[in-house]
Design a protein around this ligand. Sequence first.
Ligand code: SAH
Ligand code: SF4
Ligand code: F3S
Length: 445
Amino acid sequence: MNNKNKKYVFVQTFGCQMNEHDSQRMVELLRPLGYEAVSEPELASLILVNTCSVRAKSQDKVLSALGRFRPLKQRREDLILGVAGCVAEQEGRRLLEAVPHLDLVLGPDHIAELPELVDEVRARGRLTRTGFAEVDDYAFLRASPEPSGAGATALVTIQKGCDNHCACCIVPHVRGPEVSRRAEEILAEVDTLTAAGAREVTLIGQNVNSYRGYHGKQDDFVALLSEVCARPGLLRVRFTTSHPKDFSRALARSFGELATLCPWLHLPVQSGSSSVLARMRRGYARERYLEAVAWAREACPELAIGTDLIVGFPGESEAEFEETLSLCEQVRFAYSYSFKYSSRPGTPAAALADDVPPETKARRLHELQALQNRITREQLARLVGRELEVLVEGPSRRGGAQLCGRAPGNQVVNFTGEGIRTGERVIVRIEAAGGHSLSGAVARC
Ligand code: SAH
Ligand code: SF4
Ligand code: F3S
């Protein structure tokens, strides 16, 4: 596989879909320079770590990843080691000072410059490029997949940054102000991806509900979504992340109206307690969240709803935490991602005392996760015996001859079947449900 004329890049990605998307674009930008992506860092002459700083733990992972690459750097003189993403933006030059074997620090708004910056590092040595682009002339990175190289599912950015400033969150500090991408550009990218084999697209942004790139008006996202859903060649559309305060009744109705829109909604609630939500500056109360869920389920009773939750936000009492448990019981989320509150530099909540003791945070997280695991199992078990439409994403991680794909509600399905290719849509009869996934066999194609 290793060829003397080829150059190899290894990209390690932490964090959310934005980073996953940006890592794919980085690889594409490096292709004209002769780089090919590899999964073994030992082969690479360029290593990029695309980082997340949403919690202290996410940031700590960056230093351990960089430590892991130090021996490679010592062995190979021509190896360039770079940090991209949110920790790069947050730390900037300080990262170069703290990590002597690091060559490049690249903020998220400078990814397009990556090819020149790699050359510049080779010619002149270590450098940092951070800071935000002007909102008016922000240029979104365009996907340029190889022919048939898009994979069955693809991410499409519709918005960058965030203007919400939830009290605990560092994202607006490291991703800058919210900018909506022009609708024509998005539709053209969807067409490029379907031409390269994608059958499903997920529209991504930190708060897609406040998208304003169509007519510059409220509910632009609803209009964009119906245009995307009507694009030829596309079987499925998803979007993430939705913010409850901007989740409109019109958007809820889309779930009942758009045939290609999947019955899946990621709607982070963070807490079930209105007083905690107010301290978090989320802009909605428990009742408003429940109303959004009711609208969405009215339009689409099958809808699988997932969420994000934080335990131990400053001042969270036992009674407030119990409201989160009761909300989870009430909504019966298909899944949830839950985290212990982590104080982040420069955020409004960093000025509050981080006063929930670590052992209380750990116990609350454990309780919440135990509850969610039970609900998830029950929800998955209800699908046993059903025939679900699955979009094939590739071989299963379980190995053997099994394939893997997702049901419309985003549940992972491992299954057996003969002569089936990635990107095909098949009907799978569900035979068993586990803690986080389903399994079965192809009933028909
Ligand atoms: N834009 C999305 C979330 C992006 S960050 C939204 O508004 O819902 C992903 C998740 O990280 C958040 O939903 C939240 O649950 C979590 N998170 C953000 N800041 C955090 C912090 N300081 N400590 C712990 N978790 C945090
Ligand atoms: Fe962070 Fe809030 Fe923006 Fe989500 S909406 S990215 S939690 S500031
Ligand atoms: Fe993390 Fe940055 Fe995403 S902080 S959650 S990678 S926007």
